[in-house]
Design a protein around this ligand. Structure first.
Ligand code: AMP
Length: 541
Protein backbone atom coordinates (compact mmCIF):
# COMPACT_ATOMS: atom_id res chain seq x y z
CA UNK A 1 0.00 0.00 0.00
CA UNK A 2 1.21 3.51 -0.61
CA UNK A 3 -0.09 6.38 1.47
CA UNK A 4 -2.17 9.08 -0.19
CA UNK A 5 -0.90 12.63 -0.29
CA UNK A 6 -4.19 14.09 0.96
CA UNK A 7 -4.48 16.13 4.16
CA UNK A 8 -6.14 14.73 7.25
CA UNK A 9 -8.86 17.31 7.56
CA UNK A 10 -11.49 16.59 10.24
CA UNK A 11 -15.09 16.74 9.06
CA UNK A 12 -16.80 18.64 11.87
CA UNK A 13 -19.88 20.68 12.60
CA UNK A 14 -17.49 23.51 13.45
CA UNK A 15 -16.37 23.44 9.82
CA UNK A 16 -20.01 23.50 8.67
CA UNK A 17 -20.70 26.52 10.87
CA UNK A 18 -17.57 28.39 9.76
CA UNK A 19 -18.37 27.77 6.11
CA UNK A 20 -21.94 29.06 6.48
CA UNK A 21 -20.84 32.18 8.33
CA UNK A 22 -17.96 32.99 5.98
CA UNK A 23 -19.44 32.15 2.60
CA UNK A 24 -23.16 32.65 3.16
CA UNK A 25 -23.13 35.17 5.99
CA UNK A 26 -26.11 37.03 4.54
CA UNK A 27 -28.35 33.96 4.23
CA UNK A 28 -31.08 33.98 6.81
CA UNK A 29 -32.86 32.01 9.46
CA UNK A 30 -36.45 33.27 9.50
CA UNK A 31 -38.61 32.31 12.49
CA UNK A 32 -42.38 32.62 12.72
CA UNK A 33 -43.17 34.37 16.00
CA UNK A 34 -46.93 34.28 15.51
CA UNK A 35 -46.95 38.06 15.27
CA UNK A 36 -44.56 38.19 12.33
CA UNK A 37 -41.22 36.88 11.10
CA UNK A 38 -38.00 37.31 13.02
CA UNK A 39 -34.91 37.34 10.84
CA UNK A 40 -31.25 36.68 11.61
CA UNK A 41 -28.38 36.26 9.17
CA UNK A 42 -26.10 33.23 9.38
CA UNK A 43 -23.42 35.69 10.53
CA UNK A 44 -25.62 36.74 13.45
CA UNK A 45 -26.65 33.18 14.24
CA UNK A 46 -22.98 32.15 14.34
CA UNK A 47 -22.09 35.08 16.62
CA UNK A 48 -24.87 33.99 18.96
CA UNK A 49 -23.59 30.40 18.83
CA UNK A 50 -20.20 31.74 19.95
CA UNK A 51 -21.84 33.59 22.84
CA UNK A 52 -23.88 30.53 23.79
CA UNK A 53 -20.77 28.35 23.86
CA UNK A 54 -19.04 30.86 26.14
CA UNK A 55 -22.05 30.87 28.47
CA UNK A 56 -22.19 27.07 28.56
CA UNK A 57 -18.50 26.87 29.48
CA UNK A 58 -19.21 29.19 32.42
CA UNK A 59 -21.99 26.82 33.46
CA UNK A 60 -19.45 24.02 33.63
CA UNK A 61 -20.19 22.25 30.34
CA UNK A 62 -17.13 20.26 29.33
CA UNK A 63 -16.16 18.08 26.39
CA UNK A 64 -18.59 15.18 26.00
CA UNK A 65 -21.23 16.61 28.38
CA UNK A 66 -24.79 16.32 27.13
CA UNK A 67 -26.77 19.50 26.55
CA UNK A 68 -30.39 18.78 25.69
CA UNK A 69 -32.96 20.83 23.82
CA UNK A 70 -36.73 20.68 24.28
CA UNK A 71 -37.67 23.13 21.56
CA UNK A 72 -39.61 23.83 18.40
CA UNK A 73 -37.82 24.78 15.16
CA UNK A 74 -36.44 28.29 15.58
CA UNK A 75 -33.34 30.44 15.57
CA UNK A 76 -32.20 29.63 19.11
CA UNK A 77 -32.50 25.92 18.42
CA UNK A 78 -30.28 26.44 15.37
CA UNK A 79 -27.75 28.30 17.52
CA UNK A 80 -27.65 25.33 19.91
CA UNK A 81 -27.29 22.94 16.94
CA UNK A 82 -24.11 24.81 16.02
CA UNK A 83 -22.67 25.78 19.41
CA UNK A 84 -23.04 22.60 21.45
CA UNK A 85 -21.29 20.13 19.10
CA UNK A 86 -18.68 22.71 18.03
CA UNK A 87 -17.61 23.26 21.64
CA UNK A 88 -17.06 19.49 21.97
CA UNK A 89 -20.22 18.80 23.96
CA UNK A 90 -23.09 16.64 22.70
CA UNK A 91 -26.44 18.08 21.62
CA UNK A 92 -29.28 15.82 22.72
CA UNK A 93 -32.55 16.71 20.98
CA UNK A 94 -35.54 15.66 23.09
CA UNK A 95 -38.79 14.77 21.39
CA UNK A 96 -41.44 17.08 22.87
CA UNK A 97 -44.17 14.54 22.20
CA UNK A 98 -42.80 11.78 24.42
CA UNK A 99 -44.78 10.49 27.38
CA UNK A 100 -43.48 11.93 30.69
CA UNK A 101 -41.97 8.58 31.81
CA UNK A 102 -40.18 8.11 28.48
CA UNK A 103 -38.87 11.66 28.60
CA UNK A 104 -37.38 11.34 32.09
CA UNK A 105 -35.98 7.90 31.18
CA UNK A 106 -34.18 9.42 28.18
CA UNK A 107 -32.87 12.50 30.02
CA UNK A 108 -31.51 10.30 32.79
CA UNK A 109 -30.15 7.62 30.46
CA UNK A 110 -28.28 10.27 28.46
CA UNK A 111 -27.29 12.08 31.70
CA UNK A 112 -28.28 15.45 30.32
CA UNK A 113 -26.62 18.21 32.34
CA UNK A 114 -28.48 21.15 30.88
CA UNK A 115 -31.86 21.39 29.16
CA UNK A 116 -32.63 24.31 26.84
CA UNK A 117 -36.42 24.61 26.82
CA UNK A 118 -38.98 26.85 25.10
CA UNK A 119 -41.13 28.81 27.55
CA UNK A 120 -44.28 27.52 25.83
CA UNK A 121 -43.11 23.92 26.33
CA UNK A 122 -42.41 24.23 30.06
CA UNK A 123 -45.80 22.70 31.00
CA UNK A 124 -44.90 19.58 28.98
CA UNK A 125 -41.45 19.31 30.50
CA UNK A 126 -42.79 19.98 33.99
CA UNK A 127 -44.75 16.71 33.90
CA UNK A 128 -41.41 14.89 34.17
CA UNK A 129 -39.79 17.36 36.57
CA UNK A 130 -39.93 15.14 39.67
CA UNK A 131 -37.61 12.69 37.90
CA UNK A 132 -35.17 15.23 36.46
CA UNK A 133 -33.00 15.70 39.56
CA UNK A 134 -29.79 15.25 37.57
CA UNK A 135 -30.37 18.30 35.37
CA UNK A 136 -28.26 21.19 36.68
CA UNK A 137 -29.86 24.07 34.77
CA UNK A 138 -32.85 24.81 32.60
CA UNK A 139 -32.14 27.52 30.04
CA UNK A 140 -35.46 29.03 29.02
CA UNK A 141 -35.98 30.44 25.52
CA UNK A 142 -38.54 33.28 25.72
CA UNK A 143 -39.60 35.26 28.74
CA UNK A 144 -42.74 33.31 29.69
CA UNK A 145 -43.42 32.06 33.21
CA UNK A 146 -40.86 29.47 34.34
CA UNK A 147 -41.62 29.41 38.06
CA UNK A 148 -42.57 25.73 38.00
CA UNK A 149 -38.95 24.82 37.15
CA UNK A 150 -37.76 26.32 40.47
CA UNK A 151 -34.35 27.85 41.10
CA UNK A 152 -32.47 26.07 38.32
CA UNK A 153 -33.74 28.53 35.69
CA UNK A 154 -31.62 30.78 33.48
CA UNK A 155 -32.85 32.85 30.54
CA UNK A 156 -31.35 32.12 27.13
CA UNK A 157 -31.46 35.74 26.01
CA UNK A 158 -29.69 36.93 29.17
CA UNK A 159 -26.85 34.43 29.21
CA UNK A 160 -26.19 34.97 25.50
CA UNK A 161 -26.31 38.77 25.81
CA UNK A 162 -23.82 38.65 28.68
CA UNK A 163 -21.10 37.12 26.45
CA UNK A 164 -19.00 38.42 23.57
CA UNK A 165 -18.72 36.70 20.19
CA UNK A 166 -15.39 35.19 19.16
CA UNK A 167 -15.38 31.86 21.01
CA UNK A 168 -12.18 29.90 20.59
CA UNK A 169 -13.53 26.64 19.16
CA UNK A 170 -11.49 23.56 20.06
CA UNK A 171 -9.91 21.15 17.56
CA UNK A 172 -12.16 18.11 17.49
CA UNK A 173 -11.79 14.51 16.48
CA UNK A 174 -14.26 13.96 13.64
CA UNK A 175 -15.23 10.59 15.14
CA UNK A 176 -16.31 12.10 18.46
CA UNK A 177 -19.97 12.46 19.41
CA UNK A 178 -21.72 15.57 18.10
CA UNK A 179 -25.46 15.05 18.55
CA UNK A 180 -27.79 12.35 19.81
CA UNK A 181 -31.40 11.37 19.39
CA UNK A 182 -33.47 8.48 20.75
CA UNK A 183 -35.64 6.31 18.54
CA UNK A 184 -39.34 6.94 18.86
CA UNK A 185 -39.69 3.69 20.79
CA UNK A 186 -42.83 2.23 19.27
CA UNK A 187 -41.51 -1.13 20.46
CA UNK A 188 -39.93 -1.16 23.91
CA UNK A 189 -37.83 1.57 25.43
CA UNK A 190 -36.36 4.21 23.12
CA UNK A 191 -32.73 3.58 22.15
CA UNK A 192 -30.09 6.30 21.86
CA UNK A 193 -28.32 6.93 18.56
CA UNK A 194 -25.17 9.09 18.76
CA UNK A 195 -24.10 10.87 15.57
CA UNK A 196 -20.46 11.82 15.07
CA UNK A 197 -19.15 15.04 13.56
CA UNK A 198 -18.01 13.02 10.57
CA UNK A 199 -21.35 11.27 10.06
CA UNK A 200 -23.23 14.58 10.36
CA UNK A 201 -20.92 16.25 7.84
CA UNK A 202 -21.15 13.46 5.27
CA UNK A 203 -24.92 13.12 5.72
CA UNK A 204 -25.40 16.88 5.25
CA UNK A 205 -23.35 16.85 2.04
CA UNK A 206 -25.48 13.97 0.76
CA UNK A 207 -28.73 15.76 1.63
CA UNK A 208 -27.64 18.74 -0.47
CA UNK A 209 -26.74 16.68 -3.50
CA UNK A 210 -29.17 16.61 -6.39
CA UNK A 211 -29.56 12.84 -5.91
CA UNK A 212 -31.36 13.65 -2.65
CA UNK A 213 -32.76 17.17 -2.15
CA UNK A 214 -30.58 19.30 -4.42
CA UNK A 215 -30.50 22.29 -2.05
CA UNK A 216 -28.68 25.46 -3.07
CA UNK A 217 -28.31 29.07 -1.98
CA UNK A 218 -31.38 29.88 -4.07
CA UNK A 219 -33.57 27.79 -1.77
CA UNK A 220 -35.71 28.90 1.12
CA UNK A 221 -36.40 25.72 3.03
CA UNK A 222 -39.53 25.45 5.16
CA UNK A 223 -38.34 23.02 7.80
CA UNK A 224 -41.57 21.46 9.00
CA UNK A 225 -39.84 18.24 10.04
CA UNK A 226 -38.92 18.82 13.66
CA UNK A 227 -35.44 19.67 14.87
CA UNK A 228 -36.37 17.61 17.94
CA UNK A 229 -36.26 14.38 15.91
CA UNK A 230 -33.30 13.14 13.82
CA UNK A 231 -31.80 16.56 13.14
CA UNK A 232 -34.72 17.69 10.97
CA UNK A 233 -33.46 15.43 8.17
CA UNK A 234 -30.12 17.27 8.13
CA UNK A 235 -31.67 20.50 6.82
CA UNK A 236 -30.17 22.90 9.40
CA UNK A 237 -26.58 21.79 8.70
CA UNK A 238 -27.40 21.45 5.02
CA UNK A 239 -28.46 25.09 4.94
CA UNK A 240 -25.18 26.22 6.49
CA UNK A 241 -23.24 24.24 3.89
CA UNK A 242 -25.27 25.49 0.92
CA UNK A 243 -26.40 28.97 1.96
CA UNK A 244 -30.09 28.08 1.72
CA UNK A 245 -32.32 30.29 3.85
CA UNK A 246 -34.07 28.42 6.65
CA UNK A 247 -37.76 28.98 7.32
CA UNK A 248 -38.60 27.96 10.88
CA UNK A 249 -42.26 27.57 11.86
CA UNK A 250 -41.71 27.68 15.64
CA UNK A 251 -44.79 26.32 17.43
CA UNK A 252 -47.05 27.49 14.59
CA UNK A 253 -47.50 24.14 12.89
CA UNK A 254 -51.14 24.27 11.79
CA UNK A 255 -51.81 24.22 8.02
CA UNK A 256 -53.06 27.82 8.00
CA UNK A 257 -49.83 29.04 9.62
CA UNK A 258 -47.59 26.87 7.44
CA UNK A 259 -49.23 27.91 4.18
CA UNK A 260 -49.15 31.56 5.23
CA UNK A 261 -45.40 31.17 5.83
CA UNK A 262 -44.91 29.76 2.33
CA UNK A 263 -46.89 32.58 0.75
CA UNK A 264 -45.32 35.41 2.77
CA UNK A 265 -41.69 34.31 2.57
CA UNK A 266 -41.81 32.47 -0.76
CA UNK A 267 -40.48 29.14 0.50
CA UNK A 268 -39.05 27.05 -2.34
CA UNK A 269 -38.89 23.68 -0.62
CA UNK A 270 -40.89 22.19 2.24
CA UNK A 271 -40.20 18.96 4.10
CA UNK A 272 -42.87 17.21 6.13
CA UNK A 273 -44.35 13.84 7.09
CA UNK A 274 -47.42 12.62 5.17
CA UNK A 275 -49.85 13.54 7.98
CA UNK A 276 -48.83 17.21 7.65
CA UNK A 277 -49.10 17.12 3.84
CA UNK A 278 -52.55 15.61 4.29
CA UNK A 279 -53.56 18.35 6.73
CA UNK A 280 -52.36 21.02 4.26
CA UNK A 281 -54.38 19.43 1.47
CA UNK A 282 -57.53 19.28 3.60
CA UNK A 283 -57.08 22.87 4.69
CA UNK A 284 -56.53 23.99 1.09
CA UNK A 285 -59.88 22.48 0.09
CA UNK A 286 -61.66 25.21 2.03
CA UNK A 287 -59.19 28.09 1.91
CA UNK A 288 -57.34 30.10 -0.68
CA UNK A 289 -53.71 29.01 -0.35
CA UNK A 290 -50.73 29.92 -2.50
CA UNK A 291 -48.02 27.28 -2.80
CA UNK A 292 -46.71 28.54 -6.13
CA UNK A 293 -43.26 29.48 -4.78
CA UNK A 294 -42.52 25.85 -3.84
CA UNK A 295 -40.33 24.14 -6.44
CA UNK A 296 -40.77 20.81 -4.63
CA UNK A 297 -41.82 19.13 -1.43
CA UNK A 298 -40.29 16.16 0.32
CA UNK A 299 -42.08 13.57 2.40
CA UNK A 300 -40.78 10.81 4.63
CA UNK A 301 -41.17 9.05 7.93
CA UNK A 302 -44.08 6.96 6.65
CA UNK A 303 -45.35 5.89 3.24
CA UNK A 304 -47.15 8.65 1.37
CA UNK A 305 -50.45 7.57 -0.22
CA UNK A 306 -50.71 7.86 -4.02
CA UNK A 307 -53.87 9.95 -3.69
CA UNK A 308 -51.95 12.57 -1.75
CA UNK A 309 -49.08 12.83 -4.26
CA UNK A 310 -51.59 13.04 -7.07
CA UNK A 311 -53.69 15.73 -5.39
CA UNK A 312 -50.63 17.98 -4.92
CA UNK A 313 -49.55 17.34 -8.53
CA UNK A 314 -52.95 18.18 -9.94
CA UNK A 315 -54.21 20.92 -7.65
CA UNK A 316 -51.00 22.80 -6.92
CA UNK A 317 -48.48 21.61 -9.53
CA UNK A 318 -46.33 20.66 -6.54
CA UNK A 319 -44.10 17.63 -6.94
CA UNK A 320 -43.59 15.87 -3.66
CA UNK A 321 -40.67 13.47 -3.67
CA UNK A 322 -40.60 10.68 -1.13
CA UNK A 323 -37.60 9.75 0.98
CA UNK A 324 -36.86 6.99 3.43
CA UNK A 325 -34.87 6.95 6.60
CA UNK A 326 -34.83 6.34 10.30
CA UNK A 327 -33.25 7.66 13.48
CA UNK A 328 -30.48 5.08 13.06
CA UNK A 329 -29.66 6.34 9.54
CA UNK A 330 -29.22 10.08 10.34
CA UNK A 331 -31.96 9.86 8.75
CA UNK A 332 -31.69 9.84 4.96
CA UNK A 333 -31.03 6.51 3.25
CA UNK A 334 -32.56 7.40 -0.10
CA UNK A 335 -34.99 9.57 -2.03
CA UNK A 336 -37.26 8.47 -4.84
CA UNK A 337 -35.94 10.92 -7.41
CA UNK A 338 -37.20 9.41 -10.70
CA UNK A 339 -34.67 8.13 -13.24
CA UNK A 340 -33.27 10.52 -15.86
CA UNK A 341 -35.44 9.40 -18.77
CA UNK A 342 -38.72 10.03 -16.96
CA UNK A 343 -40.47 13.25 -17.87
CA UNK A 344 -41.68 15.33 -14.93
CA UNK A 345 -45.40 15.66 -14.51
CA UNK A 346 -46.25 12.41 -16.33
CA UNK A 347 -48.16 9.54 -14.65
CA UNK A 348 -44.94 7.56 -14.83
CA UNK A 349 -43.16 10.28 -12.85
CA UNK A 350 -45.73 9.89 -10.09
CA UNK A 351 -45.28 6.11 -9.97
CA UNK A 352 -41.53 6.51 -9.45
CA UNK A 353 -42.08 9.00 -6.66
CA UNK A 354 -44.24 6.41 -4.91
CA UNK A 355 -41.14 4.27 -4.38
CA UNK A 356 -39.75 4.71 -0.88
CA UNK A 357 -36.40 5.81 -2.29
CA UNK A 358 -33.38 5.16 -4.45
CA UNK A 359 -30.33 4.13 -2.48
CA UNK A 360 -28.28 7.22 -1.57
CA UNK A 361 -24.61 7.44 -2.53
CA UNK A 362 -22.80 6.52 0.69
CA UNK A 363 -25.39 3.97 1.82
CA UNK A 364 -25.21 0.27 1.03
CA UNK A 365 -28.47 -1.63 1.10
CA UNK A 366 -29.55 -5.27 0.82
CA UNK A 367 -32.60 -7.40 1.55
CA UNK A 368 -32.44 -10.58 3.55
CA UNK A 369 -35.04 -13.31 3.98
CA UNK A 370 -36.14 -14.99 7.22
CA UNK A 371 -33.28 -17.52 6.94
CA UNK A 372 -30.62 -14.81 6.54
CA UNK A 373 -30.18 -15.36 2.78
CA UNK A 374 -29.39 -12.23 0.77
CA UNK A 375 -32.05 -11.78 -1.92
CA UNK A 376 -31.63 -10.41 -5.47
CA UNK A 377 -32.43 -6.83 -6.53
CA UNK A 378 -35.27 -7.91 -8.81
CA UNK A 379 -38.06 -5.66 -7.58
CA UNK A 380 -40.00 -8.73 -6.45
CA UNK A 381 -38.14 -10.65 -3.74
CA UNK A 382 -39.39 -9.46 -0.37
CA UNK A 383 -37.18 -9.37 2.69
CA UNK A 384 -35.91 -7.24 5.56
CA UNK A 385 -33.92 -4.21 4.48
CA UNK A 386 -30.42 -3.96 5.91
CA UNK A 387 -28.08 -1.00 5.51
CA UNK A 388 -24.53 0.04 6.31
CA UNK A 389 -22.49 3.15 5.67
CA UNK A 390 -20.77 6.16 7.23
CA UNK A 391 -24.00 7.69 8.64
CA UNK A 392 -25.64 4.43 9.74
CA UNK A 393 -25.41 3.56 13.44
CA UNK A 394 -23.34 0.54 14.42
CA UNK A 395 -24.70 0.28 17.98
CA UNK A 396 -26.87 2.15 20.47
CA UNK A 397 -25.88 4.38 23.37
CA UNK A 398 -25.08 2.11 26.34
CA UNK A 399 -27.13 -0.64 24.74
CA UNK A 400 -25.47 -3.15 22.40
CA UNK A 401 -28.76 -4.58 21.05
CA UNK A 402 -27.03 -7.34 19.03
CA UNK A 403 -30.41 -8.44 17.63
CA UNK A 404 -30.50 -5.17 15.65
CA UNK A 405 -27.35 -5.98 13.68
CA UNK A 406 -26.31 -8.61 11.18
CA UNK A 407 -22.53 -8.83 10.65
CA UNK A 408 -22.02 -5.08 10.49
CA UNK A 409 -25.34 -4.33 8.78
CA UNK A 410 -28.18 -2.54 10.57
CA UNK A 411 -31.40 -4.52 10.49
CA UNK A 412 -33.98 -1.83 9.78
CA UNK A 413 -37.11 -3.79 10.70
CA UNK A 414 -38.56 -2.60 7.38
CA UNK A 415 -39.75 -5.16 4.87
CA UNK A 416 -39.47 -4.43 1.18
CA UNK A 417 -38.07 -4.98 -2.30
CA UNK A 418 -35.19 -3.43 -4.28
CA UNK A 419 -35.12 -3.26 -8.08
CA UNK A 420 -32.19 -3.47 -10.45
CA UNK A 421 -31.63 0.29 -10.34
CA UNK A 422 -31.58 0.64 -6.57
CA UNK A 423 -35.16 1.83 -6.12
CA UNK A 424 -36.59 0.27 -3.00
CA UNK A 425 -40.14 -0.07 -1.81
CA UNK A 426 -41.02 -0.49 1.86
CA UNK A 427 -44.05 -2.73 2.01
CA UNK A 428 -44.34 -2.87 5.78
CA UNK A 429 -42.72 -2.79 9.17
CA UNK A 430 -41.68 -6.34 10.09
CA UNK A 431 -44.11 -6.24 13.01
CA UNK A 432 -47.04 -4.93 10.95
CA UNK A 433 -46.92 -7.25 7.95
CA UNK A 434 -49.97 -9.55 7.90
CA UNK A 435 -49.09 -13.22 7.53
CA UNK A 436 -52.03 -14.86 5.84
CA UNK A 437 -51.75 -18.56 4.90
CA UNK A 438 -47.99 -18.42 4.31
CA UNK A 439 -48.27 -15.26 2.18
CA UNK A 440 -47.60 -11.74 3.29
CA UNK A 441 -50.10 -8.93 2.97
CA UNK A 442 -48.76 -5.38 3.11
CA UNK A 443 -50.81 -3.35 5.56
CA UNK A 444 -49.31 -0.18 4.06
CA UNK A 445 -50.52 -1.05 0.57
CA UNK A 446 -54.08 -1.65 1.77
CA UNK A 447 -54.05 1.58 3.77
CA UNK A 448 -52.82 3.62 0.84
CA UNK A 449 -55.45 2.24 -1.50
CA UNK A 450 -58.17 2.85 1.06
CA UNK A 451 -57.04 6.42 1.62
CA UNK A 452 -57.41 6.92 -2.13
CA UNK A 453 -61.18 6.42 -1.77
CA UNK A 454 -62.91 9.81 -1.79
CA UNK A 455 -64.99 9.02 1.32
CA UNK A 456 -62.02 7.87 3.43
CA UNK A 457 -60.06 10.36 5.53
CA UNK A 458 -57.74 7.84 7.20
CA UNK A 459 -57.30 4.08 7.25
CA UNK A 460 -55.09 1.65 9.17
CA UNK A 461 -54.92 -2.11 8.78
CA UNK A 462 -53.69 -4.65 11.35
CA UNK A 463 -53.45 -8.44 11.34
CA UNK A 464 -55.80 -10.29 13.69
CA UNK A 465 -55.59 -14.00 14.60
CA UNK A 466 -57.43 -16.37 12.30
CA UNK A 467 -57.88 -20.13 12.81
CA UNK A 468 -57.54 -21.00 9.17
CA UNK A 469 -55.05 -18.46 7.81
CA UNK A 470 -53.08 -17.59 10.99
CA UNK A 471 -53.79 -13.91 10.43
CA UNK A 472 -56.26 -11.86 8.45
CA UNK A 473 -56.48 -8.09 7.93
CA UNK A 474 -58.78 -5.87 9.97
CA UNK A 475 -59.31 -2.40 8.47
CA UNK A 476 -59.93 0.66 10.64
CA UNK A 477 -61.59 3.40 8.62
CA UNK A 478 -62.20 7.06 9.40
CA UNK A 479 -64.91 8.40 7.10
CA UNK A 480 -64.45 11.94 5.77
CA UNK A 481 -66.79 14.52 7.34
CA UNK A 482 -70.02 14.72 5.38
CA UNK A 483 -69.29 11.51 3.39
CA UNK A 484 -70.69 7.99 3.77
CA UNK A 485 -69.36 4.62 2.70
CA UNK A 486 -70.00 0.99 3.71
CA UNK A 487 -67.61 -1.91 4.31
CA UNK A 488 -68.85 -3.89 1.26
CA UNK A 489 -68.31 -0.83 -0.93
CA UNK A 490 -64.75 -0.44 0.33
CA UNK A 491 -64.06 -4.17 -0.09
CA UNK A 492 -65.22 -3.95 -3.68
CA UNK A 493 -63.09 -0.85 -4.23
CA UNK A 494 -60.02 -2.73 -2.92
CA UNK A 495 -60.76 -5.86 -4.94
CA UNK A 496 -60.08 -3.84 -8.08
CA UNK A 497 -56.63 -2.90 -6.78
CA UNK A 498 -55.13 -5.90 -4.92
CA UNK A 499 -55.34 -9.70 -5.12
CA UNK A 500 -58.71 -10.88 -3.88
CA UNK A 501 -57.32 -12.90 -0.98
CA UNK A 502 -55.70 -9.73 0.36
CA UNK A 503 -58.99 -7.83 0.69
CA UNK A 504 -59.94 -7.55 4.37
CA UNK A 505 -63.15 -9.22 5.49
CA UNK A 506 -63.01 -7.48 8.88
CA UNK A 507 -63.94 -3.83 9.05
CA UNK A 508 -64.48 -1.27 11.76
CA UNK A 509 -65.32 2.43 11.53
CA UNK A 510 -63.62 4.73 14.04
CA UNK A 511 -63.40 8.44 14.86
CA UNK A 512 -59.68 8.70 14.34
CA UNK A 513 -56.47 6.71 13.97
CA UNK A 514 -54.11 7.31 16.91
CA UNK A 515 -50.72 8.82 15.99
CA UNK A 516 -47.25 8.27 17.43
CA UNK A 517 -45.13 11.08 18.85
CA UNK A 518 -43.83 11.81 15.36
CA UNK A 519 -47.20 11.76 13.62
CA UNK A 520 -47.28 8.19 12.25
CA UNK A 521 -50.23 5.86 12.59
CA UNK A 522 -49.88 4.08 15.92
CA UNK A 523 -51.15 0.53 15.60
CA UNK A 524 -50.40 -0.51 19.18
CA UNK A 525 -53.60 1.02 20.63
CA UNK A 526 -55.59 -0.38 17.71
CA UNK A 527 -54.34 -3.90 18.48
CA UNK A 528 -55.14 -3.38 22.17
CA UNK A 529 -58.66 -2.21 21.39
CA UNK A 530 -59.23 -5.29 19.26
CA UNK A 531 -57.79 -7.59 21.93
CA UNK A 532 -59.89 -5.99 24.64
CA UNK A 533 -63.00 -6.48 22.53
CA UNK A 534 -63.78 -2.77 22.43
CA UNK A 535 -64.61 -2.61 18.73
CA UNK A 536 -67.68 -3.19 16.66
CA UNK A 537 -66.27 -5.34 13.86
CA UNK A 538 -68.27 -5.99 10.72
CA UNK A 539 -67.44 -9.34 9.07
CA UNK A 540 -68.11 -9.68 5.37
CA UNK A 541 -67.54 -13.40 4.92
P1 AMP B 1 -37.95 7.00 12.93
O1 AMP B 1 -36.75 6.33 13.47
O2 AMP B 1 -38.90 7.48 13.97
O3 AMP B 1 -37.55 8.11 12.00
O4 AMP B 1 -38.77 5.94 12.08
C1 AMP B 1 -38.15 5.23 11.03
C2 AMP B 1 -39.15 4.35 10.33
O5 AMP B 1 -40.13 5.13 9.63
C3 AMP B 1 -38.56 3.48 9.26
O6 AMP B 1 -37.93 2.35 9.78
C4 AMP B 1 -39.78 3.14 8.43
O7 AMP B 1 -40.53 2.10 9.00
C5 AMP B 1 -40.59 4.41 8.50
N1 AMP B 1 -40.41 5.19 7.27
C6 AMP B 1 -39.60 6.24 7.07
N2 AMP B 1 -39.73 6.71 5.81
C7 AMP B 1 -40.62 5.92 5.18
C8 AMP B 1 -41.19 5.87 3.86
N3 AMP B 1 -40.87 6.76 2.92
N4 AMP B 1 -42.08 4.89 3.60
C9 AMP B 1 -42.44 3.99 4.53
N5 AMP B 1 -41.95 4.00 5.78
C10 AMP B 1 -41.05 4.94 6.11
Amino acid sequence: MIASTMQEYPLTITAIMRHGAAVYGDSECVTNTGAGFRRATFREVTANAERLAAALVKLGVRSGDRVATFCWNHQEHLEAYLAVPSMGAVLHTLNIRLFPEQLSHIVNHAEDKIVIVDDNLIPLLARSLADLGGVEKFIVVGDGDAAVLGDRVLRYSEIVAAEEPGFDWPELDERSAATMCYTSGTTGNPKGVVYSHRSSYLHSMAVLSATLMGITEADRVLTIVPMFHVNAWGLPYGAFLSGATLHMPGPFMTPDQLTRFVAAEKSTLASAVPTIWNAILNYGAGADIDLSSLRAGTSGGAAIPESLLKAFDEQYGLRIVQGWGMTETSPLGGMAVPPAEVEQGTPEDLQWRLRSGRVAAGVEMRIVDALGEVLPWDGESVGEIEVRGPWITGSYFRDDAPEKFDNGWLRTGDIGTIDGRGFFQITDRAKDVIKSGGEWISSVELENHLMGHPAVAEAAVIGIPDDRWDERPLAFVVVRAGAAVSAPELAEFLAAKVAKWQVPENWTFVEEIPKTTVGKFDKKPLRARYKDDELKVERLR
